[in-house]
Ligand binder design. Sequence first.
Ligand code: CP
Length: 317
Amino acid sequence: MQNFISVEDVFDLSDLIKRALVYKKNPLLDQTLGRNKRIGLLFLNPSMRTRLSTQLAAQNLGMDAIVFNVGQDGWSLEFEEEAIMSGNTVEHVKDAAPILGNYFDILGIRTFPSLKNKEDDYSELYIKQFIKYAGIPVVSLESATLHPLQSLTDLITISETFKEKRKPKIVLTWAPHVKALPQCVANSFSQWINAWGESDFIITHPEDYELDQKFTRGATIIHDQDEALRDADFVYVKNWSTYTDYGKIYTNDPEWMMTNEKLALTNSAKVMHCLPVRRNVELSDEILDGVNSIVTRQASNRIWAAQAVLSEILKRQ
Ligand code: CP
């Protein structure tokens, strides 16, 4: 693995999941693999789970991890080629990234989308510019369109939870939210579940909330949430803003919130969410505090996903 930006960077997905579960049992198995190596974790946007779990994963592999909150403490970066920098940006990525490439052995980067210009966001300019100019492996800590460390964690969590000798029925359901959110987690979850190919995968959302087919192709899309939820083994709850008419909120219909009444339609489904979650907007208290919620296990598994990915990269260095 050279970079880790999407599922397309993964050579053997089942193997990566297995490796993460090995680290879960024995976190210090490869404690010298990253000795004398450093990872720089650059955050242009806020984070709790990604930041801390990647730091812990690096530590388990013997690496030093240094966090830099670029969005808060750094110079404002320019990403456009041939930009005339007479506006607010202070430093071009082509000047900053090679320096980071000399400071570190691996670079992790979080860059959210603007949700204003679909073409710009979906071109993944920011992370691609870091890959182009840093000259070292780049790990996405959530980009404009994808969140691969989250999706790997989600597959690890489903794999360790579902023990029956049949494919699980997995439902990704849209949920209401007060803000326009990126499509990253939903895109990424769809991409990874489709690549995994070991489930009956359904996506349910209100009309006009279609995601990019590049990621959803292979899933069944149903606009009736109750019908979609029937007999589900896993329900993944997530809000996203509109993709076609980009970055809008068309509805906040509270009927789409996941509740115990809806859970009763499922096969006593395990309920997942990437967190942070708006309680009683996206998911009810009764679900989050109930026995079907696996969100804490899911978030805790972020360490093992990050550790499996970093170990793959370190083994190539
Ligand atoms: N799920 C997730 O990425 O959480 P953070 O934004 O806290 O990192």
